[in-house]
Design a protein around this ligand. Structure first.
Ligand SMILES: Cc1cc2nc3c(=O)[nH]c(=O)nc-3n(C[C@H](O)[C@H](O)[C@H](O)COP(=O)(O)OP(=O)(O)OC[C@H]3O[C@@H](n4cnc5c(N)ncnc54)[C@H](O)[C@@H]3O)c2cc1C
Ligand SMILES: *[C@@H]1O[C@H](CO)[C@@H](O)[C@H](O)[C@H]1NC(C)=O
Ligand SMILES: *[C@@H]1O[C@H](CO)[C@@H](O)[C@H](O)[C@H]1NC(C)=O
Ligand SMILES: *[C@@H]1O[C@H](CO)[C@@H](O)[C@H](O)[C@H]1NC(C)=O
Length: 494
């Protein structure tokens, strides 16, 4: 395949398409003799399946506590997993093959807003999009969230997930927690499970804010909200020659700014993202194209193209494509739509909850919801206990680009947090590595560049202990555990 054809295909991938959306596969599969749990890419880092003896899908606190009590009594290990299992690391594995998985898939999605206290309380497993939309109905906003709205609020706080910026309490969701309700293992006298309610005045809350899922089951979480505001967003591509200086001043200058860096093409994309008054004109939304459903054929074509570049060791073409993608992000708005349906130029101004996070491919937009099962296409309602695998792919159905049921994109993600006082030095080091092999880091551009996001010192015991830049490197991963990656050595040096 010529690289030019692939270039075209990659462009096509960027267009939002409104088709039948396939709901992502369930992460937990059970067979006669046990269960496995996957991450959302369907492949753990070590390629070793994660097993459990059984899974429960409690719908109420009572059911959950009962299942947990039985497991505590039998000294069975247990972990909670959301409906989606978005975390790449193996935190959800209960340990050994005979643990219990507690899924929040069917758990009550009850939420309540206290308008005088300006808080929202949500049950385990509530999807972030549902929460921020609900708060918005009351004129309230959660200042910062992850960029993907398909996560569960309990999964997000457990892993310390975040957006970007140093305003307010900072960009991590767990900083806004004012109360939590947990079920923790206990003695026989207490019925094996104890319910713990923590509020702002309990020091233990700072232990529970970020727990990696090991402090028990979070039943409910309460977040402090802010009166609704709007965001004004502009994207600007700049040469990266002053990046090591800009990275510090940019943090102070923008409430929610971030930077994506394309070292090999010597450019960085600055997201100028600021709080503006709720009265500011603008009905903008963020419909980031990467999170929309994409036709299967396009996803597979792009992946084949990427594998071809890897196989032919063609870093120069990867550079050309990443430069083109970067330019396109600025010229077409990167999913920011001024009036909710088209991009007419920056800045795009819109309500916080419609700008801070986006999604789409996790939902079914069409009334003709289809999911794919071993026997073909079935209606959504009958899918719950089906095994994975598909015989038939609807040609016009749209998937998340990482859906493991097709030959989709599969990638690594490496994240490091670097103190603001050391970030300039790190950028200079990466520039040195880049200069040794100028095309060596182009593959990063195919995944949107190195992402730099700001986080404030945390009060969580497992949080960060100073202001940092969180750096995400996303890059090609082979399905075959033994095949080396193009410029893998350059990435390792990073
Ligand atoms: C497309 C995409 C974009 C992303 N964007 C961002 C981003 O912008 N910023 C960012 O920081 N992260 C981001 N992430 C990472 C994501 O925020 C985390 O992986 C998050 O933990 C996923 O939540 P989940 O609901 O799928 O949780 P899971 O993966 O199911 O669970 C995560 C952890 O939380 C534990 N857990 C879940 N629920 C409970 C509960 N009720 N009680 C106790 N423990 C529990 C689990 O045991 C596990 O250890 C992104 C991920 C994806 C797939
Ligand atoms: C709402 O919050 C206020 C202030 O914290 C509190 O006094 C009140 O009891 C709360 N209301 C409800 C319904 O919980
Ligand atoms: C992916 O591609 C391989 C080889 O091209 C093929 O054998 C396999 O069936 C494909 N898998 C899916 C899920 O389409
Ligand atoms: C970070 O910077 C400080 C001084 O600003 C220095 O003392 C320290 O060694 C640096 N840390 C690393 C890991 O380079």
């Amino acid at each position: 395949m010529s690289s030019r054809i692939w270039l075209l295909q990659f462009c096509l991938l960027q267009f939002y398409v409104s088709l039948l959306h396939a709901i992502p596969p369930p992460p937990v599969q059970c067979y006669g003799n046990g269960c496995t749990v996957d991450n959302y890419q369907g492949l753990w880092m070590d390629h070793i399946p994660c097993k459990a003896a059984n899974v429960v899908y409690p719908t109420t606190e009572e059911e959950l506590v009962k299942a947990m009590a039985e497991a505590v009594k039998c000294k069975q290990k247990m972990k909670v997993v959301s409906k989606w299992s978005h975390t790449l690391s193996k935190f959800v594995c209960p340990g050994g093959d005979d643990g219990l998985l507690i899924s929040t898939r069917d758990y009550s999605t009850a939420m309540s807003v206290n308008q005088s206290a300006m808080t929202i309380t949500a049950n385990a497993g509530v999807q972030l999009r549902t929460l921020i939309d609900y708060a918005a109905d009351f004129g309230l906003a959660l200042p910062y969230t992850t960029y993907w709205d398909g996560v569960s609020v309990t999964g997000v706080v457990s892993t310390g997930a975040h957006g970007s910026g140093l305003w307010n309490k900072g960009s991590a969701l767990h900083e806004y927690i004012t109360a939590m309700r947990l079920a923790v293992p206990s003695t026989e006298e207490e019925g094996y499970v104890r319910i713990v309610s923590l509020t702002d005045v309990d020091e233990d809350l700072d232990a529970a804010r970020v727990s990696l899922g090991v402090l028990g089951v979070i039943l409910q979480v309460t977040f402090a909200l802010h009166p609704m505001f709007k965001r004004s967003v502009s994207l600007e591509a700049r040469a990266d020659n002053l990046l090591e200086e800009d990275v510090l001043s940019f943090a102070q200058a923008h409430d929610f700014g971030d930077i994506t860096w394309y070292p090999s093409i010597r450019k960085a994309l600055y997201r100028l993202d600021d709080l503006v008054s709720v009265d500011s004109p603008g009905d903008g939304i963020n419909k980031y194209q990467g999170f929309q459903g994409i036709p299967v054929a396009q996803i597979e074509q792009a992946r084949r193209g990427e594998e071809f570049l890897e196989k032919t060791r063609n870093a120069a073409t990867a550079c050309k494509i990443s430069e083109m993608l970067l330019n396109k992000r600025v010229s077409d708005g990167n999913g920011f739509l001024n009036d909710g349906s088209s991009f007419t130029g920056f800045p795009v101004v819109g309500f916080n909850h419609l700008m801070q996070a986006s999604g789409g491919c996790q939902d079914s937009y069409s009334t003709k919801q289809h999911i794919l099962t071993p026997t073909g296409v079935q209606s959504q309602s009958s899918c719950a206990s089906q095994k994975d695998g598909i015989d038939e792919v609807l040609p016009d159905s749209a998937f998340c680009y990482w859906d493991p049921r097709i030959n989709s994109s599969i990638f690594y993600q490496t994240a490091i947090a670097v103190s603001l006082s050391n970030i300039s030095e790190l950028i200079l080091d990466i520039k040195k590595i880049r200069d040794i092999d100028p095309n060596g880091l182009c593959g990063l551009g195919l995944y949107g560049g190195i992402m730099l996001r700001y986080m404030k010192k945390s009060r969580a015991f497992l949080g960060i202990n100073e202001d940092v830049v969180d750096i995400d490197f996303t890059y090609f991963r082979s399905r075959d555990a033994n095949s080396p990656r193009l410029n893998g050595d350059v990435m390792e040096r990073n």
